[in-house]
Structure formats: C-alpha cells, structure tokens
Write a protein that binds this ligand. Sequence first.
Ligand SMILES: *[C@@H]1O[C@H](CO)[C@@H](O)[C@H](O)[C@H]1NC(C)=O
Ligand SMILES: *[C@@H]1O[C@H](CO)[C@@H](O)[C@H](O)[C@H]1NC(C)=O
Ligand SMILES: *[C@@H]1O[C@H](CO)[C@@H](O)[C@H](O)[C@H]1NC(C)=O
Length: 501
Amino acid sequence: MKISSKSMEKAICFMVFSFLLLPANTLVESHQEGYISGVLSEKGLDFAKDLLIEKAVSSMVPLHLPDIEKSVKIPLIGKVHLGLSDIVIYSVDFPSSSVETGDSGIVLIASGATANLRMKWKYSYKNWVITISDHGTATVEVLGMEVGLNAAIINEEGTLKLLLLEHGCHVKDISINVDGGASWLYQGIIDAFQGKIVSSVEDAIAKNIQKGITKLDAKLQSIPKQLHVNSVVALNVTFMDDPLLTNSSVELEINGLFNGANEISVSNYYRKRSHNFLSGNGLAKMVEISLHEKVFESATSVYFNGDYMHWTVDEIPESLMNTDGWRNIIPQLYEKYPDDDMNLHMTVTSPPIIQVADHDINTAIYADLIFKVLNSDEVVPVACVSLVINASCSAEIHRNNLAGSIRLIDFTASLAWSNIGDLHMQLVQAEISTILKTFFMPYLNLHLRDGFPLPVPHGFTLQNAEIIQLDSRVIVHSDLSYADRHDLLTRYQFISSGLNA
Ligand SMILES: *[C@@H]1O[C@H](CO)[C@@H](O)[C@H](O)[C@H]1NC(C)=O
Ligand SMILES: *[C@@H]1O[C@H](CO)[C@@H](O)[C@H](O)[C@H]1NC(C)=O
Ligand SMILES: *[C@@H]1O[C@H](CO)[C@@H](O)[C@H](O)[C@H]1NC(C)=O
C-alpha cells in the first residue's frame, strides 16, 4: 500500500474515529472524565467512513498482484503453460458502505464493490514436433465484492491504540475479457484462472487493510500529548479512558487543561463520568466538542502563575497621565506633585474566576490599579485601588479557534493604600471606568479575538459551527470539511485515467 500522500497522514488522526471500540468489560469500570470531550455523531461517523474509503482507494490503486503461472491439460492438445503477469487493479469503486458502532467495536462494511484489473497473458505449448505460443492482454471486472473490517481502539497510557479484530474481502463474481492473439481460442483457458484471480484479489485487498491499520495505529501513537498554543500555554490532549461507543456515536475524552508550554502539569482531575451529557444520537451536526469552564480557568491560571497579568496602562486620555488631569478628583495628588507625569499600572491579584452560565460566560477579575508619579527621575507609587471587575464573555468560532469577546458589566473600586490621603472614591471611579473601557477591555479583546485552537485534527475545518452554553460547559456543534479532499479526488482520477489510457 502506498500511503505517500501528506493528506493521508493529516487525515489519520481523524480516521481514528471510524475505528473505535470500547471493549465490553471496561464498561463497568469507573470512567475518568476529561475537561474537553468530543463526540462524533452518526452523521460524523458517516463522513469519516466515506473519507476513509476514499483515502483507502486512492492509496491502494494501482495495486500490483503477483504473477500467476499454471499448466493445464487440454484434451487432444496436451499440456499447455499459461502465465498471467503485470496484473494490476487500477480502479475500485465502493458504491455502498455502512459503519456501525457497538460493544464489538466499529464495524465497517462495503458491499457491492467493483474493481477493474488489467493483465498480460501468455501461452505456450510444446511437443516433440511443434512449439506454439501466443500472448495478449486481458481485462478483468470484479463484481459484487464485499469488504469488511472490525476494529477496536483502546486507551494505552493516554494514547489510543488501534486493534484490527477481523477483516476480509470476498469476491462474488468476475468476468475476464481477453484481447490480442487468437483470443477467441484462449478465452476458455483463461477462464480456468478465475479461481486464482479471485483469491489473489481477495488476498491483496485483505493485506492492504492490515497494512493500513498498522500504519494508522503507528500514526495514532505518534500524536503528541500536548498541543502547543503559543510560547506560554499548551493544551493537554492526553486521552482519558477508553473511547465510549454508544449506538450511533463515539465519545472521546481528553484531559483538556492548559499547562505552561514548558512545565509539567498544573493539575490533574479525575472524576466519574457522571452522565452522558452528550447527545451523539440526536446530533444534527457531525461533531460536538464540549469544554468545561475549568479549561478556561486553567488557561488564565497559567498566564497568572507565569506572571503575565500585569500591564502598564496606556491608550488612555492624555489628561489622566499627568497629575494636572487629576487635580479636581484627587486634590492632594496635585498639591504634592504638581504637574508631574504619571504612570498607571494594573496587576491582576488572583487567577480570574470564570463561570459558564446558560447564556453568558461570567468573569470576575481581581486587580490592583497602582498610581505612580514620575518625580524628578524617580517613580513614586502613591496609591493603590483594588478592583473587582465583572465582565461577560461571549464565545465565537473563528475557523478552528474558539475565540471570544468580553464586555464590562460593572466593577467595584476600593482604596487599598495611599500616601496622598483619602481619595474621593466616587470621583475616582468615573476615571477608572474610562481606564477600563479605553485600555483594559480593548486590550483583553485584542487577545481574545484570536482565541485558541480547538483540538480538531489537522486538515479539518469546522463548518457552520454553533455554540451553546450549558451545565458549566461551552459546547460547539459543528460539521467538518476536509481541506485536501478535492486534491485527493483529482489525484485519484488522474491515476485511474492514466492507467486506462
Ligand atoms: C440503538 O439503535 C436502534 C436503532 O437505531 C434502536 O432501536 C435502539 O433502541 C438503540 N439502542 C440504544 C441503547 O440506544
Ligand atoms: C496531562 O494529562 C494527563 C492525564 O490527566 C496527566 O497524567 C498528565 O500529567 C498531564 N500532563 C501535563 C503536562 O499536565
Ligand atoms: C461580580 O462577580 C462576583 C463573582 O461572580 C459576584 O459574587 C458579584 O456579585 C459580582 N458583582 C456584581 C456587582 O455583579
């Protein structure tokens, strides 16, 4: 089998979905739930199956079969030697196929498949008087072929392992057309090879399935356990537990928490899989990706612990950058430092709290706003106001990224300490509101706009995604498209037509 194309490799991670099994005995064990789960619905399974077959075909043809030699005894003539060579399957078509999930794994069956072969034949007959030989070509049509496989996937230390339980190919009927030479004479002889050709085709296809599964398994095992998002955070995509197969869907769980790009685990949580909150059966879209609110909190806590959550405030009205602008709001500030430039510094003081409610993602950010004065080359902190900022996020999908935008709901401000006496907090609050609206919220939005990539296998793009929020989770329902699908079809047609010519 030729799995040379890049697109084949890209698709492999996804194909895993079409081969999932939960061995029956593990059903009774307790489950480890991840913070991100994915469900492939019936529609998604069908999509995966079609793509898999398409790829299997394109990587299989042209398929060369071993030469066949045979001696036949023919009445009146005697013994003749016949050889078939350059036997090539140059096209295969699977008009109908089905995929089923259940306790015995995933069963994929393609029936009524057809294939076309070309080959060369030669004939020789020799007795003590004469030598007769002839040669030509023949085409073979394979009809009513059944191909099936039953595969299982298990979780082995956070990686998925693919097991081929059963597979096979059965050819019901073939028809051979001989051209060249005195073909009318040899048709009957070549027909005697039917049985050998049939078993050769069956063997070749069965071997191909086996090789394909071995390669797929190797690819699966090479999927990294960390998805690097940027230089700061990585998403832990370690598989938790065995995949769960329901009647018509497949459910996968990954750890799903962010950790520092270069550090070891922030936290591991193991919980019982409480209920099948996912709705693979009735799902109108191909996939469901569900993210627990802890996923978002783990991301912000990496940034917080990595000391990234403090900023020098800029992009605010010029007047707020000089004590003069605060003259009426904090008179003591101006008295002590008349007409001095100012620095404002914002520091988040604890990891932000994120709660996914039914219609909103609520965020509470605890931060200190520190007022500093630039007094004769010295930066003098003069006061600190503690803020509790409540904001509401909405989630969006940009390509394969889960992005968002944030909106200020309200905030409270209280004086933490001051070297410039008491502040009139009501007046200060109005200015802080300006700072949040002109600096902080736009800053957060700039970063949230990019979001982070959802763990979607390479080469696939979410299509018509919808987001719902439920039960502390952000749930993405989406169809998928496969980027290289067009290329693949073109290449396949090119190969087949090249051979036909
Ligand atoms: C499985 O699917 C079949 C037919 O689609 C249905 O009759 C049956 O009730 C389903 N079983 C479960 C356990 O969902
Ligand atoms: C990733 O998740 C797995 C499973 O929960 C855990 O064992 C592992 O320590 C985590 N790795 C990191 C780097 O957090
Ligand atoms: C802000 O959020 C916190 C935590 O969710 C909540 O306890 C508090 O009531 C909220 N405050 C306002 C003013 O909405």
